[in-house]
Structure formats: structure tokens, C-alpha cells
Design a protein around this ligand. Sequence first.
Ligand code: ADP
Ligand code: ASP
Ligand code: MG
Length: 405
Amino acid sequence: MALIVQKYGGTSVGDVERIKNVASRIRATRDEGHQVVVVVSARAGVTNELIARAKAVHPRPDSRELDMLLAVGEQETIALTAMALHAIDVPAVSYTGPQAGIITDQVHTKAKIRNIVPTALRADLDAGKVIIVAGFQGLNDDGQITTLGRGGSDLTAIALAAALHADKCEIYTDVDGVYTADPRHVKDARKLDEISYDEMLELASQGSKVMQSRSVEFAKQYGVVFEVRSSFNHNPGTIVKEEVAYMEKVVVRGVAVDRDQAKVVVSNLPDKPGTAAAVLGALGDAAINVDMIVQNVGHGGVAEITFTVPKDDAHAAVKALPPVFARAGGGEVVAYDNIAKVSVVGVGMRSHAGVAATLFRALAEADVNIELISTSEIKVTVAVDRAKADVAQRAVHAAFGLGSA
Ligand code: ADP
Ligand code: ASP
Ligand code: MG
């Protein structure tokens, strides 16, 4: 008998028929003699709908109240999934995140899991019940409901698998696994049999929404091997695990695109020590996540700093800087919110040269202008005009021979 954690995402529980399908898959696993802990998301679209409603009553909703509201989405699906199991004679009991003992830090809307105390859940599991846990939510030390950031049900599943020492963790979604690129945008994208934590983490943090990036970080930290697979068929999925030597043979594992970026250009800054620190410090204080930073020193003692930020933060970035300019004795800022980032990722880059050159050539041939470039050990990212994101992604995918054809 194994203990298996299964997570079903929003599309997989999107309506009553799909919830029944999930229930019968859970029963099949249990019939094989396993203990099953299930994590479910809100029905597809529900979290977005709730956020839209919150914004309709207040432009910047209070984050405690937002968490109170967002937790509703998952609470609906846990109860419906438990009832669907009862209907096919499977004993099952639903748990909210707080009831499951998921303790988080204080940060509403993007809380981190601090620890899990699964005592109650264990007792029901040992009594032979299937446990259905609401993804994406927890409880902070003050007894307040928190949520774990968008896509956070992935994190609930991985963290429960770690806390319960599960034998298996399966992330069921609406595609067959992790592909070389988003299969909805690149038709000949190929499903990967396996991928390392580091590659999955880079893809996730650069825009592949198939896994929440913090959940992958957590899995790496606690050594949780997991499989991403489809809830609509029985095809084997993609195993995500620690890197092994042969993985370096592949130079580029996959391509990710983040379409929701902006470019911020700060110009006419006095070129003296401390200016970049002041600019980036002000952005840090405003909790703005800055990426792809480039500084140029122009003529006449002025410097220019260009960087990318998530599109939703562009306005805040522009507002945060004038006090810095006043202190530094100069500076101007302009934001362009039409940016996409295209990244290629692979652990093989460590031992193979020429990745950037191939990438730049592919983009040149596809007539895509590169606005910014950044590299890390296992990733090259370029910022391009959002209108060119798809063309760029397909060109790069083909240039590295990633397609199935
Ligand atoms: P769930 O609701 O199950 O959590 P998500 O919508 O969060 O599912 O993630 C699945 C989606 O991720 C897929 O439908 C696919 O469009 C997208 N995706 C982006 N990049 C990739 C990739 N490299 N491989 C697979 N899916 C990807
Ligand atoms: N329902 C949440 C969201 O849409 C969490 C999740 O689906 O993983 O972000
Ligand atoms: Mg998801």
C-alpha cells in the first residue's frame, strides 16, 4: 500500500461532469489498495471571477479580505469532490487548508508555507478515508486565512507530499505533461519524459504556467519527486526530479514566454557611485520585482538604467523614482508596457557553448528585434515586443530542434 498525493487543477474540476471524472479516477487509485490525499483547485475561472468582483467594489481590495474571498473557490470544489466520491461509495472527507494544518507566514495573497501539522488528516486517512484538501490556502499565526499566490494549489500538493512522506505526488492538469514549449502556442511542442528541478524552476519563473514556481522550489528543497500528467487520459506524464548526469546532453530543454512584462528606461541620471543603488533600492522598497537590468554610461557624465518589471508594476515603478531623482540631482523615467520575455532553458548550457548565438540568429532571421538580454548558467532570456512573442517563440523552438517533426 502506497500513500499517493494527487492534485487536480482548475480545468480538471471545471464542472460537475469533470468532478465526477476526477472522483472515478480517485476511486481507481484507491481500488488498487492505496491511500489517497487529493488537492483540488477552484473551478477554472472562479479565482479570476472573484478577483474581478473584488475590484468592482474596491480598486485596491484589502489583502486580508481578498484572501477571505479567494479561499471560497477551493472550498466549493473540496465539498463537491467529496460528495462525488460518496456517490460512488468511496468514504471521503474534505478539509480546508486551515483544517489540514497548513500554517503559513503573514503575507496575505502570497503567503509561504511554514509547516504542516497533519494530525487530523492522518487520523481520517488511517480510518480508510480519502482526504480532499483545498489547494492554495492556509492559516497564519494570527488565525487568519491566507492564500499562496496564483497557481498555489501546486504548492499545497507538493508540501503535503513532503509532510506526509508520500510515496508518489501526481499533478493532474489539462495537458499531458511538461512540453518543450506551451503546446497551446507551439503546435509541434514535444512532451518531455523528465526534467530537472532547476530547469522546471527556470521555465516556471519565466512564464510557463504549468507549475507554480514556488512549488518547484519547495519540491527541490525537500526532494519531492513529482509527475505532471493529464486528468483526461492515462498517458504517462513528465517526471520532475533532481538532475542526473545524462540530462546535460540536451542543450536546451524548453522555451518559456512571459507576455506580461514592461520595460522601464531611467535616463539622464548623474553618473556617480550610488545612483544605481538608490534607483534599485527605491524599487525594492516599493516591493517591485526588477529583472534584466542593463546600465549604460552615456556621454557627458549621465547614465541610463533599463530593466523589466511585471506589467502590473510599471506604474508603481514610475511613481517610486522621482524622489530618487530629486536627491541625485537628475533623472527621467519612461515605461513601455508592451514587452514579452522569451527564455531558453537547459542544464546542458553549462557544458555547451553557442546557445546565445543560435538564439540571436534565429530571432534575426524571424525579423524579431531584441530589446534586452540576460543570461544565467542554465538560461538565456531576451525581451522583445509582445506582438512578436509567438513568432519569436516558434523560431527559437525550431532553431534548437525541439519540435516533434
Ligand atoms: P491547472 O489548472 O491544472 O493548474 P494551469 O492552467 O495552471 O493548469 O497550467 C496548465 C497550462 O500550462 C497548460 O494548459 C498550458 O497551456 C500551459 N503551459 C505553459 N507552458 C507549458 C509547458 N512548457 N508545458 C505544458 N504546459 C504549459
Ligand atoms: N485557484 C488558484 C488560482 O487560480 C490556485 C490554483 O488554481 O492553483 O490561482
Ligand atoms: Mg496551475
